[in-house]
Design a protein around this ligand. Structure first.
Ligand code: RB5
Length: 163
């Protein structure tokens, strides 16, 4: 009998630009080893590409309910965070240690994890992933705060920041 853990509770969509490609490949191996079901939307190698394209591919996979959570990697994680958080309902968290990963799940119910491929080493990525994948949302007062974010999303749909 296999002792491989079945982590198929939800499916993940993962994507990166060239700056995150190395770390994405490592993350894929990590997820496969732990029994997580995932789809890789690219990029396919370390040729220069534009991170918004791959951020959008991951989020569109979530919007089509072909996956329930996302992982995005670019050089710093900043560009992917900006892209992902443009989409209503996305709570993308740029995490750099286990504590931020834990808080992003318990307090923010983050549904997209963002990592900086030029910042985060593989051993830290493993710790962040393990925490982010297994930590539950606390709910309670944090639900009230997330409801306020949803309200802001609904209110700003027709408005735009000019700068
Ligand atoms: C690509 O050079 C780099 O700008 C990108 O990976 C990311 O760090 C953007 O925020």
């Amino acid at each position: 009998m296999s002792n491989r853990k079945d982590n198929s509770k939800y499916k993940l969509a993962i994507g990166s630009d060239h700056g995150g490609w190395d770390l994405k490949e490592y993350i894929k191996k990590f997820l496969a080893d732990k029994g997580y079901d995932f789809v890789d939307v690219g990029t396919a190698d370390c040729e220069s590409v534009d991170y918004p394209d791959y951020g959008a591919l991951v989020i569109n996979t979530l919007l089509q309910n072909k996956a329930q959570r996302g992982i995005l990697v670019c050089g710093t994680g900043i560009g992917m965070s900006i892209v992902a958080n443009k989409y209503p309902g996305v709570r993308a968290a740029l995490c750099y240690d286990e504590f931020t990963a834990q808080m992003s799940r318990e307090h923010n119910n983050s549904n997209v994890l963002v990592l900086g491929g030029r910042i985060i080493k593989q051993n830290m990525a493993a710790k962040i992933l393990q925490t982010w994948l297994t930590t539950e949302f606390t709910g309670g007062r944090h639900s009230r705060r997330l409801d306020k974010i949803t309200k802001i999303e609904q209110e700003i749909c027709t408005k735009k920041v000019n700068n």
